[in-house]
Write a protein that binds this ligand. Structure first.
Ligand code: BJ8
Length: 431
């Protein structure tokens, strides 16, 4: 447990240069710092390697932004995305940086609701609000945004976002027939052309080989961490596991993989020495569903506050991001782009129909993680995850897996009610 006050570092001059609303953003910075201290730094027996990730949060609005601006000054493209279907390898191959844009905070939702309908997904509203309010340095730093057509809320919001920051859209088909996969490959090639245009240079085969290796290594590190979390008792809290999965979307990938592997070395030692976090007999829960973007720590904080531990996230900020690797045996551009598209099509987002693979995957991850129950989480107004909930619930009933569905947003309004339901669920598991 730390007693030093945690602070997210302030860079007011840089923020002013980025045309941000500095006074407002500075208040949000202080609130985020307090929230981080309360949520993360109060945990007992944290691995010492978490210091790197704490520092990534301390520098979230400064150090990393400086790196993005330095890359831009060298003519390297900086591209913002909202979905794990946008192939980061291509950006990396062009010498650029891909960042997942913010969309996990209630603070920016009122800005969005001045323009967008209220009854749409909080992630879309939060992200849009960050740009409207000029309260996200990542949004202010990117050269352009690459959106996709995974859901109606997002694809219609891109049209409005484009009036504030150049926004391009990748068509993601929602079936997986051969003609859909052909379209997908063509979209990947268009994305590559756009990135090359902004970078001012063509991507070579060597560039692609390098980028595929870097991204595969990053995913391997996250896979390793996930399997260590599956150890019973688990050597790291679910909150810290989720935090690392969130940081994966904005950190530099080679450094990030090194730090995750260093943490894994420490966790292996802990396992050898029988060090468990949080407690040896904590009830093990797996979360499935919609992504939890930074700083959405609501469910993890409530579950772990009730003495349980989360051991797996079947989510895009979770296993959907790292479970599949790109086949590294191709060295010609066409072969690499085909194998890249093949890997991305394995992401089983609920926007696909049918999506049987995801139902099987949820049960597999439940077994692999040695969880005792599943919390299926959906953001409010996300129709595809909300409807797919029915099939996940049916599968859990068939397999006799304790199951709880939570639909929530980013506000604090339902915390009491969600907490009561979580506690009742944990009681049910514990018998
Ligand atoms: S691949 S899960 S990151 S689309 S924004 S669909 S929550 S209503 S985020 Fe996603 Fe890509 Fe799929 Fe993953 Fe629903 Fe909200 Fe839409 Fe959302």
């Amino acid at each position: 447990m730390t007693t030093t006050p945690f602070e997210i570092k302030a860079y007011p001059e840089m923020w002013a240069e980025l045309d941000m609303d500095v006074p407002r953003f500075d208040k949000a910075r202080l609130m985020l710092g307090e929230m981080y201290q309360k949520t993360f730094l109060s945990q007992a027996k944290r691995p010492s390697s978490m210091a790197y990730f704490d520092n990534m949060i301390a520098e979230i609005h400064g150090g990393r932004i400086k790196e993005l601006l330095a890359a831009k000054a060298e003519g390297r493209p900086v591209i913002g995305t909202f979905c794990v279907y946008i192939p980061e390898e291509i950006v990396l191959a062009a010498g650029g940086i891909c960042v997942g844009l913010c969309g996990g905070s209630q603070g920016s939702v009122p800005d969005a609701e001045k323009i967008l309908p209220r009854n749409i997904c909080p992630m879309v509203k939060s992200a849009f609000g960050f740009k409207v309010g000029r309260i996200c340095p990542y949004f202010q730093a990117v050269d352009f945004v690459y959106g996709e057509t995974t859901c109606d809320a997002k694809k219609k919001t891109w049209e409005l976002l484009d009036t504030m920051v150049p926004t391009y859209v990748m068509e993601i088909p929602q079936l997986k027939r051969q003609r859909d996969l052909d379209l997908w490959l063509a979209e990947v090639k268009d994305f590559k052309a756009k990135v090359e245009e902004v970078a001012g240079r063509a991507i070579s085969e060597e560039d692609m080989i390098f980028a595929i290796t870097v991204m595969n290594n990053k995913r391997r590190a996250l896979q390793r961490l996930n399997s260590l979390r599956h150890h019973n008792p688990t050597p790291i809290s679910g909150k810290d596991g989720l935090l690392i999965e969130q940081i994966a979307f904005y950190d530099e990938p080679v450094r990030f993989a090194e730090k995750v592997n260093a943490l894994c070395d420490e966790l292996e030692e802990r396992i050898k020495n029988g060090v468990a976090v949080p407690t040896k007999n904590a009830t093990r829960v797996m979360v499935a569903g919609t992504p939890m973007a930074l700083p959405n720590w609501k469910i993890h904080h409530l579950v772990e506050g009730a003495g349980a531990v989360i051991v797996n996230e079947e989510s895009c900020i979770g296993t959907r991001y790292f479970k599949d690797l790109i086949d590294e045996s191709f060295t010609n551009m066409e072969g690499m782009l085909v194998s890249l598209t093949d890997r991305y099509k394995e992401i089983d987002c609920s926007c696909f129909t049918p999506n049987n693979e995801r139902i099987t995957q949820v049960i597999k991850e439940f077994r692999d993680s040695k969880a005792q129950g599943i919390i299926n989480y959906s953001l409010q107004f996300c129709h595809t995850y909300n409807i797919e909930e029915i099939r996940i619930r049916q599968a859990c009933e068939r397999e006799k897996i304790p199951y709880l569905f939570i639909e929530s947003d980013y506000s604090a309004e339902d915390i009491g009610q969600v907490q009561t339901r979580i506690e009742a669920f944990l009681e049910q598991i514990r018998g």
